[in-house]
Design a protein around this ligand. Structure first.
Ligand code: CO
Length: 146
């Protein structure tokens, strides 16, 4: 008799548990099947230099690696400073493609080796193409906006 009552209680609890799970599945279909985590859309300067929420940056770094400027085109706020960092073992520099450019970027400059940097502050808006003096195939562009 006691065993039958115990079995009855177990069955009632079991039935309640099953109906609770079924009810939750109906109420919240998302709990079944779809285990894919939600995609995270990051939009910051480090992984998307073309898009700068809140306007252009005033400090941008361009790396020189394998004799190329990375990223080759950057956008910077007027009055902002670009820092070029040489990651190559050979020496490079940064010179303006156009003499007499409004930014005042020189057309002749010092070479700098591995770990060396060159900084230039752009106080005029415009699009300024530059290159490396001894390796003119190395080119880049700085866009300066308000
Ligand atoms: Co070079």
């Amino acid at each position: 008799m006691i065993k039958k009552i115990a079995l009855g209680i177990v069955l009632v609890i079991l039935a309640a548990a099953i109906s609770a799970v079924v009810w939750m599945a109906i109420a919240n279909p998302g709990m079944q099947g779809d285990s894919t985590p939600p995609e995270i859309h990051q939009n910051n300067a480090s992984n998307n230099p073309g898009a700068t929420p809140g306007g252009p940056q005033s400090e941008v770094t361009v790396n020189i690696k394998n004799s190329s400027f990375t990223p080759p085109t950057i956008t910077i706020k007027k009055g902002g400073t670009v820092t070029w960092v040489n990651d190559d073992t050979i020496r490079h520099n940064v010179i303006a493609k156009e003499a007499g450019n409004a930014a005042g970027l020189p057309t002749h400059n010092e070479l700098f080796g591995k770990g060396g940097t060159y900084k230039f502050t752009f106080n005029e808006t415009g699009t300024f193409d530059y290159l490396c003096e001894p390796h003119p195939f190395m080119t880049g562009t700085v866009k300066v906006i308000e």
